[in-house]
Design a protein. Structure first.
Length: 382
């Protein structure tokens, strides 16, 4: 039965493979291999809880298999059970303490958890043992970049270049350092080197597009994002960046199309939904913009920008009281929200409440929102 499942799997017939592994378990519930293979396939199918049950049973039958603990740790990472994943890796290491690959997996898990100190300790151990030094230095450089420790990031990148001057990821990280420092032309040079070494890596074009946008090279940024989409058609961040560039070029319809595609790949992409609502508002599609704003509020009612957006759209409908209620909610969450005081001031003025409106305009100016000064001059000065 297990062999039949393996054959079905090789031909991509996952459901048949599951059936064969299940039949094997039904015949003999003490075959750890059947549970393990079914667990691996269930994980690939996204059926994480079922996969975990099978891994648990496989480990009960074979409690000294480092492979099973390592694989269950990978599953727990997918399920965001980071502590459980570390516990499994530690158990595997206790069975085979000389297994460097397991230590590397634990370092990777610590990075995902954001426990950078423990990750660096493991990576330093592996470097001292002369294991995968190029990639361990690269991981350390990544950690230091994430931790905004630019000097240590550079030191580790230099170690990578000493070992291999043709590491495209290292040049990409170098470019990201320059981006952080505002050295956009140098960033482009580093991304150019990375792309020359690995022209199929979509994220490199995306990163270079960021540098080009900062330099106002909008056409070049657009070309980079076209390349990134061609290399990776399912990355919502690339479509989102493409939408931003389209908006900068004044192509609001094109921008809306790319926001739709980004959200199509990730329906919870809050920033894309927010920006799509803004573009819809500019296009005069107020009802649809309000639907997006309501979706944002439903998913996160503690973000003041969501309430401010909703209030702005209601202003365009002339629903001044509802708009003021939304601005009130935003200001209760963040009482120094200068733009929101300005918007609420406009709503009060439009509804005929000059005193409250001008009070909000004054507060907005005190908080540093300069556009409010023109409203004060035109509507609030006798």
């Amino acid at each position: 039965m297990i062999n039949e499942g393996d054959i079905a799997l090789r031909f991509g017939k996952w459901d048949q493979a599951i059936l064969h592994y299940t039949n094997a378990v039904d015949i003999d519930q003490n075959i750890a291999d059947a549970y393990m293979k079914r667990a691996v396939l269930l994980r690939k199918m996204g059926r994480l809880q079922e996969s975990l049950r099978d891994y648990n049973q496989a480990i009960n039958l074979n409690p000294y298999s480092i492979y099973l603990y390592d694989q269950r740790a990978k599953l727990k990472i997918l399920a965001m059970d980071y502590k459980g994943a570390i516990d499994d890796i530690n158990q595997a290491i206790s069975i085979n303490p000389d297994n460097k690959e397991l230590v590397e997996h634990r370092a990777d898990d610590y990075i995902l958890m954001g426990d950078y100190q423990k990750a660096i300790a493991d990576l330093d151990t592996l470097i001292a043992l002369n294991y995968n030094r190029e990639f361990e230095y690269l991981k350390k450089a990544t950690i230091y970049l994430l931790d905004n420790n630019i000097q240590s990031c550079r030191e580790n990148l230099n170690r990578v270049f000493e070992i291999n001057q043709n590491n495209s990821v290292a040049y990409d990280l170098e470019g990201l350092i320059y981006l952080k420092e505002g050295n956009y032309s140098q960033a482009i040079q580093s991304f150019d080197k990375a792309i020359a070494l690995n022209p199929e890596f979509a994220i490199l074009y995306y990163n270079r597009s960021l540098a080009n946008r900062f330099l106002k090279n909008t056409d070049l940024a657009q070309m980079d994002l076209d390349q990134a989409i061609e290399k990776s058609r399912d990355n919502p961040n690339i479509y989102f960046a493409r939408a931003l560039v389209k908006k900068e070029l004044g192509d609001l319809t094109g921008s809306l199309s790319y926001y739709n595609q980004a959200i199509g790949f990730d329906s919870s992409f809050q920033e894309a939904i927010y920006n799509r609502a803004f573009v819809k508002k500019l296009l005069g599609n107020y009802y649809s913009a309000l639907e997006d704003a309501n979706q944002l509020i439903e998913s996160d009612e503690m973000t003041p920008e969501n309430w401010n957006l909703s209030g702005n759209i209601k202003l365009l409908f002339g629903d001044y009281d509802d708009a003021i209620n939304d601005f009130d909610r935003a200001i209760r969450i963040r009482n120094d929200y200068a733009m929101c005081f300005y918007n609420r001031g406009l709503a009060y003025l439009m509804s005929g409440n000059t005193i409250s409106g001008c009070n909000d305009i004054d507060l907005s100016i005190e908080l540093g929102y300069e556009p409010a000064r023109n409203i004060k001059i035109n509507f609030c000065q006798k």
